[in-house]
Design a protein around this ligand. Structure first.
Ligand SMILES: CCCCCCCCCCCCC/C=C/C(=O)SCCNC(=O)CCNC(=O)[C@H](O)C(C)(C)COP(=O)(O)OP(=O)(O)OC[C@H]1O[C@@H](n2cnc3c(N)ncnc32)[C@H](O)[C@@H]1OP(=O)(O)O
Length: 396
C-alpha cells in the first residue's frame, strides 16, 4: 500500500508535480517496462537506483527532484530534444530547463550521476548489496568509503546539500584518512563528491542554533576540529588524489593544496568566499596558495573571493589536470590505477621527502589559521554573513 501510494507521488524519473504524474497504473507499468527494455542487463545499477527512488524514506526537495528528473531523461533519451514549453507551463518549463541544462553530457555519465544521487539520498547501500559489488561496506553516515584494488575511495555523500561538510563529516573524513593510512591493502586514497558538486565547503548550519553563551566554547571546539581535519591532510603518508567532479567551495578548495594530485572536470569551479563570510583562510592555504600562484593571485581567491574555472585553477598550480566532463570518471580511474600499482614504499618515501621539506611550516600555518578563525567565528561580520545566507534561502 505504502509503496504503491508513494509510486503515485512521482514517476520513475523522480519529479513530483501535477503535470508529471503517470496517472494510471497501465501507463506506469508501460513506462517501467519501457524503462527496463531501454537498458541492457549491464545497467543493473541504474535499474536498482530507479527502484530505490521509490523506497526513499524522505521525499527529496524539488531542486533535487529536478536534478533526478533531468539526469533520468539524459540517461534514457540523451540531450534534451523537446521544444521549450509555454511560459505558463511552469512545471514543464522547470523540467525542460533542468534537462536542457545538462547540455551534452553522455548517457553513461548521466546514468552515473543519477545512481550517485539516488544512492546518496538512500544513504548506505545495504552491506549485502555492497559486498556483492566486491567492495568493503563502510560504517560511515555522511561519506562512503570503499576499498578495491588497493584504492581507498572516499565519496562525500550529501548530494542534496552539495556535500556540505557537517561536524560529523569532518570527523568521518579524518577517520577514513587515518584508516586508509594504516591499511596495508591501500596504496592510494581518492576523494570525490556525489552528485553534481564536489563539495560546498563548511556546512553553514554548523553555525546555527548555538546558544550565545556557548559560542566561545563552540568556537574553541570548532578550532580543534578544523586543526585535526587539516592535520589529517598534512600528515597523510600515501598518495592522496582529488577527483573534483563539480564545483568546490571553501575548505574543500583550500585543502586541495595538500593533495598529491588534483584532477578536475572542465565543469568544476573553485571558490573561497572567506571575506564575504566574514571569515579567513584555512587548510594551510595562507601558506600554500602564495607559494603555488604568487601573492596577488592567492589574494584574488583568499581575500577577494574570485571564483576560478578549472583551467584557471590548473594554470595556478592548484589543479594537476583538467579532464572532459564526459570521460572524467574513466580518465581519473586510469590515473589512479596507475598510481595504485606502483611500488608503495618507494612512493611513500618519495612523498615523505617532499612533505618533510615544509611539514613544520604547514603545521604552523594550520595552527595560526585556526586561531584567527576562532576569533572570526565570534565576530559580528561572520554572524551577519551567515544569517544573510539563510535569510536569502528562506526568501527563495
Ligand atoms: C560559534 C562558532 C561555531 C563554529 C563551528 C565551526 C565548525 C566547522 C569548523 C571548520 C570550518 C572550516 C572553515 C570552512 C570555511 C568554508 O568552507 S567557507 C565556505 C562555506 N560554504 C558556502 O558558503 C557555500 C554556501 N552555499 C552556497 O552558496 C550555495 O548553496 C551553492 C553551493 C553555491 C549552491 O547553490 P545552488 O546550486 O543554488 O544550490 P542550493 O539550493 O543553494 O543548495 C542545495 C541545498 O544545499 C544546501 N547547501 C549548499 N551548500 C551549503 C552549505 N555550505 N552549508 C549548508 N547548506 C548548504 C542549501 O541550503 C540547499 O538546501 P535546501 O535549501 O534545504 O534545499
Amino acid at each position: 500500500m505504502y509503496r504503491t501510494e508513494r509510486r503515485q507521488k512521482y514517476d520513475t524519473s523522480g519529479f513530483s508535480g501535477q503535470r508529471c504524474l503517470l496517472n494510471s497504473r497501465v501507463q506506469r507499468t508501460q513506462f517501467l517496462h519501457m524503462g527496463r527494455t531501454a537498458f541492457g542487463a549491464h545497467d543493473a545499477a541504474f535499474e536498482a537506483a530507479k527502484e530505490r527512488l521509490n523506497t526513499l524514506k524522505e521525499e527529496p526537495d524539488n531542486n533535487v527532484k529536478l536534478q533526478i528528473y533531468a539526469l533520468f531523461k539524459q540517461a534514457t533519451k540523451g540531450p534534451c530534444n523537446t521544444p521549450k514549453p509555454g511560459a505558463f507551463d511552469f512545471v514543464g518549463r522547470a523540467k525542460w530547463q533542468a534537462w536542457s541544462g545538462l547540455g551534452d553530457i553522455s548517457q553513461d555519465e548521466a546514468q552515473k550521476q543519477y545512481i550517485d544521487i539516488i544512492n546518496g539520498l538512500a544513504g548506505e547501500e545495504s552491506p549485502a548489496e555492497t559486498e556483492q559489488a566486491g567492495e568493503e561496506a563502510s560504517s560511515y553516515k555522511e561519506i562512503k568509503v570503499t576499498k578495491e584494488n588497493k584504492v581507498c575511495s572516499i565519496l562525500l555523500n550529501r548530494p542534496a546539500k552539495k556535500n556540505a561538510i557537517t561536524w560529523l563529516m569532518y570527523n568521518e573524513i579524518v577517520q577514513a584518512l587515518d584508516d586508509a593510512s594504516k591499511d596495508d591493502s591501500v596504496t592510494v586514497a581518492v576523494i570525490t563528491g556525489a552528485g553534481d558538486y564536489y563539495c560546498s565547503g563548511n556546512d553553514l548550519g554548523n553555525f546555527m542554533n548555538i546558544d550565545p553563551k556557548d559560542m566561545p566554547k563552540m568556537a574553541r571546539d570548532g578550532k580543534e576540529l578544523l586543526r585535526r581535519f587539516v592535520t589529517a591532510f598534512i600528515d597523510f603518508p600515501k598518495p592522496l588524489i582529488g577527483a573534483v567532479n563539480g564545483p568546490a567551495v571553501g575548505v574543500s578548495v583550500t585543502v586541495l593544496g595538500l593533495f598529491d594530485a588534483v584532477y578536475a572536470t572542465d565543469k568544476a569551479t573553485f571558490h573561497t568566499p572567506f571575506t564575504e563570510l566574514g571569515q579567513s583562510a584555512e587548510g594551510c592555504s595562507s601558506y600554500v596558495f602564495p607559494k603555488l600562484m604568487g601573492n596577488t593571485k592567492a589574494n584574488e581567491m583568499l581575500l577577494f573571493n574570485k571564483k576560478l574555472t578549472a583551467h584557471e585553477a590548473c594554470e595556478r598550480g592548484l589543479v594537476t589536470e583538467v579532464l572532459p566532463h564526459d570521460s572524467f570518471q574513466k580518465e581519473v580511474q586510469t590515473r589512479v590505477e596507475y598510481v595504485a600499482q606502483l611500488p608503495p614504499q618507494s612512493v611513500r618515501e618519495g612523498k615523505k621527502l617532499v612533505r618533510d621539506q615544509e611539514r613544520e611550516d604547514l603545521h604552523k600555518a594550520n595552527e595560526k589559521e585556526c586561531e584567527v578563525l576562532e576569533g572570526r567565528w565570534l565576530s559580528e561580520e561572520c554572524v551577519r554573513a551567515i544569517m544573510s545566507f539563510f535569510t536569502k534561502k528562506a526568501r527563495l
